[in-house]
Design a protein. Structure first.
Length: 102
């Protein structure tokens, strides 16, 4: 078993300013009464998180519809399931489709 948090990085992979830019960009795209597109700063954040930018809006607006169990790229999902001694990776197809980089 061990400590799940042992190998986790400390802190965020981006600045608070960049995070707020991502939130603002997302809001401008999602809201019908706002015009917006993804800034390069937001694309850079998503790339660092290994989330394909073209999937971001779908993930933020339909997360609970897309995922019903653990969420992560397929490699992390496999590690998670092995850690819990699960034989089946619930939601692996959606994790692969929406979170694995192309």
């Amino acid at each position: 078993m061990g400590n799940e948090r042992k190998d986790m990085p400390k802190g965020l992979m981006f600045s608070a300013k960049d995070y707020l830019q991502l939130v603002d960009d997302t809001g401008r795209i999602v809201r019908a009464d706002k015009r917006g597109s993804m800034s390069q700063e937001s694309v850079d954040i998503l790339n660092r998180l290994n989330i394909p930018p073209e999937n971001w809006i779908k993930l933020t607006t339909e997360f609970t519809t897309i995922f019903k169990g653990p969420v992560g790229n397929t490699q992390e999902l496999t590690v998670y399931c092995e850690h819990l001694e699960r034989k089946r990776r619930q939601g692996a197809a959606n994790c692969h489709r929406w979170l694995d980089s192309a």
